[in-house]
Design a binder for this molecule. Structure first.
Ligand code: VGL
Ligand code: ZN
Length: 199
């Protein structure tokens, strides 16, 4: 068992990010057995769930725009995604084989006007989700991240955690990427530059 200051953060292993889902990540389901096994090593396990209302501002359909095009938002450039992880739908549910007995499930992306890739802040990089306070008040300062997608939600979560002063490791063998327009390589570089250990 890891030390009591360590937590495993399991990012967005939901049906819509797995093969057959609305925003499928290639091989997204392959990581489930390894993630489940890793949970058993950690005294604290936190899962995140992408959790959008219908008509979300990150959905291309909201603007009749092409999926994977981009739009300038008050907080920066936003990729417009296919409708995904709509609150309460099967697509938003965790993969059926994922162990979900973790201590906390944190939902994000529920604000209709702002996307939230990171488990710590919405995409304005200002509005907190509350996860930082949860971890700090439990005395947790060292994080291991796994899940989907390496280049979006795992990346943003890892960089934010490092900026907040957590010691962060990303297990890329237990992540899978969307990888559009070089986003995976850029994410790996960005995480390393932020001081994240990328394994
Ligand atoms: C994600 C795109 C949109 C992710 C979530 O979990 O990486 N990517 N919403
Ligand atoms: Zn999303």
């Amino acid at each position: 068992m890891r030390a009591p200051n360590e937590a495993l953060i399991v990012i967005d292993i939901q049906n819509d990010f797995c093969p057959g889902g609305a925003l499928a990540v290639a091989g997204g389901d392959e990581i489930v057995p390894g993630v489940n096994a890793l949970m058993a090593e950690f005294p604290a396990v936190i899962l995140t769930q992408d959790w959008h209302p219908g008509g979300h501002s990150s959905f291309a359909s909201t603007y009749n725009a092409a999926p994977y095009s981009t739009m300038e938002m008050p907080y920066g450039t936003q990729v417009l995604w296919p409708d995904h992880c709509i609150q309460g739908t099967d697509g938003a549910a965790f993969h059926k084989d994922l162990v979900t007995t973790g201590d906390l499930i944190i939902r994000k992306g529920f604000n209709p006007a702002i996307d939230s890739y990171s488990a710590f802040f919405e995409n304005d990089h200002k509005t907190p989700t509350g996860l930082e306070g949860y971890l700090r008040t439990r005395g947790i300062d060292t994080l291991t991240l796994v899940g989907l997608a390496t280049d979006f939600c795992v990346n943003f979560s890892a960089v934010d955690a490092a900026k907040l002063g957590f010691t962060v490791t990303v297990r890329t063998d237990l992540c899978r990427a969307i990888d559009m327009n070089g986003s995976l390589a850029a994410a790996i570089d960005g995480m390393k530059a932020a001081g994240v250990e990328v394994l």
